[in-house]
Design a protein around this ligand. Structure first.
Ligand SMILES: C[S@@+](CC[C@H](N)C(=O)[O-])C[C@H]1O[C@@H](n2cnc3c(N)ncnc32)[C@H](O)[C@@H]1O
Length: 220
């Protein structure tokens, strides 16, 4: 089923987009045994959690937004798949657990106004370098992975994938970029394109943004 076509997305919840689809493609390629433990951090509508649950895995999903939690619960119920959905800040609700796969499409857009976004912007704004949440994930995901476990994270080339690779390797993971996709600017990037150009994150000729999927595996 197309993960972009969910029946319910409450106002203020991130509707599945190209980044969701790119990560769903990477998820589809990941070998997963039935009953494997999967975590979807920043689940939003629950699209990725539901895709993983359809493969017979045991999925836990977390989001900081109550609206997202309600949306994801409703969508999992409509899809007829079991997903444990918790409200919380990144890994806080699952500190005592371990996982075979961690999925995440975190906020990653560089934002002129710093690191305290409010309302729907919490889904995309991520500090001036776009790394406020990405860096936390790089630091905090590895202890939650089982040996052989995998982190799949999508973010923009605007938020420095090379730095992500360095941080994940420093945390003991084997990390690489496994997928890339160039997409037209969405409304958020279009609205701050001049600022991104002033900062040298976009060139004057850039009309598209590149998304990447980073895959990082904890060696056995
Ligand atoms: C880009 S959206 C992705 C939603 C969904 N996973 C998808 O791919 O369509 C990012 C999500 O992360 C959530 N989020 C932001 N900061 C968070 C945090 N500190 N802890 C948990 N979730 C967070 C937002 O509420 C939002 O639902």
């Amino acid at each position: 089923m197309n993960p972009l076509l969910l029946p319910l997305v409450l106002p203020g919840v991130y509707a599945p987009q190209e980044d969701t689809a790119l990560l769903a493609g990477a998820l589809a390629e990941e070998p997963l045994r039935p009953g494997a433990d999967v975590l979807d951090v920043g689940t939003g509508s629950g699209a990725l959690a539901i895709e993983a649950a359809r493969r017979g895995t045991r999925v836990t999903a977390v989001d900081v937004s109550w609206r997202a939690v309600c949306t994801a619960r409703a969508n999992a119920w409509v899809a007829g798949v079991p997903v444990r959905i918790r409200r919380g800040n990144l890994f806080a609700p699952v500190r005592d657990r371990s996982f075979d796969l961690i999925l995440t499409n975190p906020p990653y857009v560089p934002a002129p106004m710093g690191i305290r976004p409010r309302g729907p912007a919490r889904a995309w704004d991520a500090g001036r370098d776009g790394r406020f949440v990405v860096d936390r994930i790089c630091r905090e995901a590895s202890p939650l992975l089982r040996p052989g476990g995998v982190l799949l994270m999508v973010h923009s080339a605007l938020s420095d994938p090379d730095r992500t690779l360095v941080h994940l390797r420093t945390a003991g993971l084997k990390a690489s970029v496994t997928r890339r996709s160039r997409i037209a600017f969405g409304p958020v990037v279009r609205g701050r394109a001049d600022w991104l150009r002033q900062r040298g994150l976009l060139s004057p000729a850039d009309e598209k943004e590149e998304l990447v999927v980073v895959r990082a595996e904890l060696p056995v």
